[in-house]
Design a protein around this ligand. Structure first.
Ligand SMILES: [Zn+2]
Length: 86
């Protein structure tokens, strides 16, 4: 199975639908995670630069050995390819 990433923050969403955001009608939204998208809208109206800064501590935390700068470079590569930002 193809790994799914949130199309807003780039977070891996795993194999279940637990991380998915929700549409206005209560159904799951498979493009975005629950932190980015709830009840049919984005939880915060932020720019891609702000999103990168928000994500960096999580990326550094997850990938031990990665520096803040490396995480920032990675997010700058990844985020513009995602649906929300393209
Ligand atoms: Zn997300």
């Amino acid at each position: 199975m193809e790994e799914k990433y949130c199309q807003s923050c780039g977070m891996p969403m795993g194999d279940t639908d637990e991380m998915y955001g929700s549409n206005l009608d209560g159904s799951k939204n498979k493009d975005y995670c629950e932190y980015c998208y709830m009840n049919g809208k984005f939880t915060s109206d932020i720019s891609i630069e702000e999103m990168i800064e928000v994500c960096i501590p999580h990326v550094v935390n997850e990938k031990s050995g990665m520096s803040e700068n490396e995480a920032r470079e990675m997010m700058k590569e990844l985020l513009p390819k995602l649906k929300r930002w393209s």
